[in-house]
Design a binder for this molecule. Structure first.
Ligand SMILES: C[S@@+](CC[C@H](N)C(=O)[O-])C[C@H]1O[C@@H](n2cnc3c(N)ncnc32)[C@H](O)[C@@H]1O
Length: 219
């Protein structure tokens, strides 16, 4: 891990250490309950940046993979016909269920626990939302799955090896990524798996540039 990546992992650890009991937060006018050991959209930048740039179209069938507290699923449900939200962390699943309920979208949002595409084996979506862990490293507990993606970016690699099977024709992916991670690795994986992409928007911070990508398969 490089210096900036180490610093970022430390900052994330610190932000989450301070969340010892359920906490109420507000994001763009909506209330969310944050449980301990779930990725926090407060104190971090990627969640709200992605939530503002989801690109959901009226009637879309959406997958929010790695839902965390359910923030993307809740915002996507404003326009989507249905949202399936998944996470490997059972505490995140519990948290996302609470947030779907308090935001009155529980009937539209189906929340499931599991690794990558395991919980949606034969399902295809118009839009797949992914705010992945992108720091190289091995998670040592459930929470660390939120930022460590494996020593060799295995989560990112596996996601793009399998995602095509879960996209409807002309289906799209909205994903957040950062220059703090290995950007060339991501673009190589996209090329190898025959995806095209463009940058929807980006944001500069003192440490990194965070960007939102729209990704489609070349077919
Ligand atoms: C950076 S957090 C984003 C959370 C949320 N989407 C947001 O925008 O705040 C990444 C999420 O992906 C989940 N995750 C990591 N690896 C996963 C995997 N293999 N399968 C499913 N979810 C995973 C983590 O538990 C975490 O909740």
């Amino acid at each position: 891990m490089g210096f900036k990546q180490k610093l970022s992992a430390l900052a994330l650890k610190f932000i989450h250490m301070t969340i010892r009991k359920p906490k109420k937060i507000k994001i763009f006018g909506k209330t969310f309950i944050l449980l301990p050991n779930v990725f926090s959209p407060r104190g971090t930048l990627t969640s709200s940046f992605l939530a503002r740039n989801l690109g959901v179209k009226e009637g879309d069938y959406v997958l929010d993979l790695g839902t965390g507290c359910g923030i993307q699923a809740v915002f996507a449900a404003e326009k989507a016909k249905k949202v399936v939200a998944t996470d490997i962390n059972p505490q995140a699943v519990k948290c996302a269920k609470i947030n779907a309920k308090i935001n009155d979208v529980a009937e539209k949002v189906d929340i499931r626990c599991g690794n990558l595409f395991d919980p949606v084996k034969n399902e295809k979506f118009d839009l797949i939302i992914f705010s992945p862990p992108y720091l190289p490293g091995t998670p040592k507990n459930l929470l660390e799955h939120a930022w460590f993606c494996g020593e060799k970016y295995e989560i990112i690699k596996n996601f793009f090896m399998h995602v095509k099977n879960h996209l409807k024709p002309n289906g799209r992916i909205r994903m957040v990524y950062s220059t703090i991670a290995d950007v060339n690795f991501l673009f190589d994986i996209l090329k190898k798996n025959r995806f095209k992409w463009f940058v929807i928007t980006s944001m500069k911070t003192p440490m990194e540039r965070i960007f939102i990508l729209e990704i489609k398969h070349k077919n």
